[in-house]
Design a binder for this molecule. Structure first.
Ligand SMILES: NC(=O)c1ccc[n+]([C@@H]2O[C@H](COP(=O)([O-])OP(=O)(O)OC[C@H]3O[C@@H](n4cnc5c(N)ncnc54)[C@H](O)[C@@H]3O)[C@@H](O)[C@H]2O)c1
Length: 310
């Protein structure tokens, strides 16, 4: 049993991770300001601090709780918000993240695991699927800030021997994904469809993404605790899918058409994204297990059952 902090543990991926860590017998503490996360996703067995990761209060929490491992997932995750307000994105995704890191150093935790982005860090890559060794040219400030924090982790390892692993997620989808924002086209399309509402599609629908199911991502996060790898690992399906295909797959699973309004593309968004996960397979012995058809089916079932509870 380990003593673990999950920042962003009331969010989509974080709350799913917390459930699995608790199931595995760990003691889990969550720090989340609930700016996007939800209290009802919080596992009741987790100790919860509603707090901004920029808060000086974190120092006391680290001293009190004596963590073995830290999963840093709290973040501003919307590309368009980062483009509209780069300084705010920087405050959360670099300075707030640094506050977590500095406390990890002071309290000499065993390891920090960081949820970075593979979807927004390589820019428009010529190499598809893209490997971790591909040059990083993020198009958005969100991508720049995620990359900046990766560099902090590397420096802290070299300066202070703080162990870390970086997981660069592709487009994660599944139950509990926030439907109000822009991240998570599958969650947005499915939620609108089951409510009989219209969805917005930005761009011509030929833009591609690499969709990886949340349970597979959580499995990778858990495995990352066990290994020594000071570097980046893409966590992806390795399959390139365009938005028109996504629409079709959702329609097939629902057995009915979905209503979509087509709008012009948004600033900072990429045309293609698909990541190679061979390194994660080698280092973590990790493979995505849930394919898109199955993941969409599970997400639809969860959305329908959740709708009945509302
Ligand atoms: N969802 C994806 O496709 C995807 C892809 C690549 C990387 N990631 C990364 O994975 C992590 C989790 O993403 P998610 O999809 O679960 O998003 P999410 O928005 O559901 O979760 C983020 C959580 O962080 C919390 N948070 C935000 N700002 C905070 C602050 N200043 N202080 C404390 N808590 C704060 C939010 O309330 C939320 O609960 C993020 O770091 C994100 O960048 C996600």
């Amino acid at each position: 049993m380990s003593n673990i902090l999950v920042t962003g543990g009331a969010g989509f991926i974080g709350s799913t991770l917390v459930d699995k860590l608790i199931l595995a017998g760990n003691k889990v503490v969550v720090v989340d300001d609930l700016s996007a996360g939800r209290k009802d996703y919080l596992n009741p067995l987790a100790k919860f601090y509603q707090l901004d990761i920029n808060s000086p209060e974190l120092e006391r929490i680290f001293q009190l709780e004596k963590f073995d491992f830290v999963y840093h997932l709290a973040a501003q995750i919307e590309i368009s918000k980062s483009v509209a307000n780069p300084l705010q994105d920087n405050q959360i995704n670099v300075i707030g993240a640094w506050n977590i890191l500095e406390n990890c150093r002071r309290q000499q935790i065993k390891k920090i695991i960081f949820s970075s982005t593979g979807g927004a860090i390589y820019g428009e890559a010529d190499e598809i699927p893209t490997k971790e060794s591909y040059p990083t040219y993020p198009l958005s400030f969100y991508g720049i800030h995620k990359l900046t924090f990766e560099k902090y982790l590397n420096s802290y390892y070299h300066l202070y021997h703080l162990d870390y692993t970086i997981l660069r997620f592709a487009n994660v989808y599944g139950p509990r994904q926030f439907k109000g924002g822009e991240a998570g086209v599958i969650a947005i399309f499915i939620d609108n469809a089951v409510r009989g509402r219209e969805s917005k599609q930005y761009g011509d629908g030929q833009q591609t993404r690499d969709f990886v199911y949340v349970d597979d991502v959580v499995q990778a996060l858990q495995s990352a605790q066990e290994i020594t790898c000071h570097g980046e690992l893409n966590i992806s399906s390795g399959v390139e899918t365009n938005l028109l295909d996504i629409r079709q797959k959702i329609e097939k699973a629902l057995g009915s058409a979905i209503i979509v309004k087509e709008l012009s593309a948004r600033a900072g968004e990429q045309r293609r994204s698909c990541l190679d996960h061979q390194r994660a397979s080698d280092v973590l012995n990790w493979y995505p297990r849930v394919d898109l058809e199955e993941g969409i089916k599970r997400t639809i079932n969860w959305t329908k059952s959740h709708l009945q509870e509302e």
